[in-house]
Design a protein around this ligand. Structure first.
Ligand SMILES: NC(=O)c1ccc[n+]([C@@H]2O[C@H](COP(=O)([O-])OP(=O)(O)OC[C@H]3O[C@@H](n4cnc5c(N)ncnc54)[C@H](O)[C@@H]3O)[C@@H](O)[C@H]2O)c1
Length: 252
C-alpha cells in the first residue's frame, strides 16, 4: 500500500491560514493544502515566508508576524481578511520547545514558551474566529503534542503549554461548536522536523524510537494528513477531540 498524502480531499474553495509555515510540519501542511486546491495565508516569524507562499502558487501569500505579539497578530489578521475576504480554516501550528531541567528552567524561557505555544495560539484563534462565527462555519486545528498528556524530562514548560492548548481547545469547541466552528487538537509524538530531531538526537533519540510501539518517529506528512481530515467537511462531528498520533506511545 503506497502512501499518498492528501489523495482525496478537495479544498478548492477554502482559504486556509497556517502559522509557523516556514518549516517542519507547517510547511508540509501548506504544501498539502496547496496541492488540494486551497488558497493559503501563511504566517511565520521567518522572512522566508513570502517566498515560500509564492513558490506554492501565485494565489498564496505569506506574512511575517510574531504570534506572541498581540499587535502583530491583529495587524496580520486584518491584512489577511482584507486580502481574501474570509478565512475558512486555521491551523494553529507555530510553536517552540526549549528544554531544561525543571529545577533550573529559566523563568524568561517559561514565559516565552507560554507566550508562543499557548497565548500565541489563543491570540490567533481569537483573531480569526469572529469571521468564522459570523458566517457560521469554520475549522480550527491546534497543534498540541503527546507532551500534553504525559511528562517528558526537560519539557516542563512545553508539557504545561501543550496541556494548556488542550484545555483551550476544549473550551473553544464547547463555545463555538454550536455556531458551526469546530476546534480540535492534534497531538503528535516526535516528528522528523528540526524541532523534533534537535530535541531527540543521538542515543536519546534511539531510546525514544525503541519505546514507541511502531518503533519510529512520525513524518510531517502523516501529521498533515490528520490535520486535513479534521479540517475537512467530512469531519463536522469531530469537535473538541485530541487526536494522538504517537505510534501508541501514550498507551504504555
Ligand atoms: N516536531 C515534533 O516532534 C513535534 C511533536 C509534537 C508537536 N509538535 C508541534 O508541532 C508544531 C510545529 O512543530 P515543528 O516541529 O514543525 O517546528 P519547527 O521548529 O520545525 O517549525 C516551527 C515554525 O514556527 C515558526 N515560529 C516559531 N515561533 C514563532 C512565532 N512566535 N511567531 C511566528 N512563527 C513562529 C518558526 O519560525 C518555524 O517556521 C509546534 O506547535 C510543535 O510544538 C512538534
Amino acid at each position: 500500500m503506497s502512501f499518498k498524502p492528501n489523495a482525496s480531499y478537495d479544498f478548492s474553495d477554502a482559504v486556509v491560514v497556517i502559522t509557523g509555515a516556514a518549516a517542519g510540519i507547517g510547511r508540509q501542511v501548506a504544501e498539502q493544502f496547496a496541492a488540494a486546491g486551497a488558497t493559503l495565508a501563511l504566517i511565520d516569524r521567518s522572512e522566508s515566508i513570502a517566498d515560500i507562499a509564492s513558490n506554492l502558487g501565485e494565489v498564496h501569500r505569506g506574512w511575517i508576524a510574531d504570534i506572541s505579539d498581540p499587535e502583530s497578530v491583529a495587524a496580520t489578521a486584518n491584512r489577511i481578511l482584507s486580502q481574501f475576504g474570509r478565512v475558512d480554516i486555521l491551523v494553529n501550528n507555530a510553536g517552540i520547545g526549549p528544554l531544561a531541567p525543571a529545577e533550573d528552567f529559566p523563568l524568561e524561557t517559561w514565559d516565552k514558551t507560554m507566550a508562543v505555544n499557548l497565548r500565541g495560539a489563543f491570540l490567533v484563534a481569537r483573531a480569526f474566529a469572529p469571521d468564522m462565527l459570523a458566517r457560521g462555519q469554520g475549522r480550527i486545528v491546534n497543534l498540541a503534542s503527546q507532551a500534553a498528556v504525559i511528562g517528558i524530562e526537560g519539557h516542563v514548560a512545553y508539557c504545561a503549554s501543550k496541556a494548556g492548548v488542550i484545555g483551550m481547545t476544549n473550551c473553544m469547541a464547547l463555545e463555538w461548536g454550536p455556531r458551526g466552528v469546530t476546534v480540535n487538537a492534534i497531538s503528535p509524538t516526535v516528528v522528523e522536523t528540526e524541532l523534533g530531531l534537535t530535541g531527540w538526537a543521538g542515543e536519546k533519540g534511539e531510546r525514544a524510537r525503541a519505546a514507541i510501539p511502531t518503533r519510529r518517529f512520525a513524518r510531517p506528512a502523516e501529521i498533515a494528513c490528520a490535520i486535513m481530515y479534521v479540517a475537512s467537511r467530512e469531519a463536522a462531528m469531530v469537535n473538541g477531540a485530541n487526536l494522538l498520533i504517537d505510534g501508541g506511545y501514550t498507551i504504555i
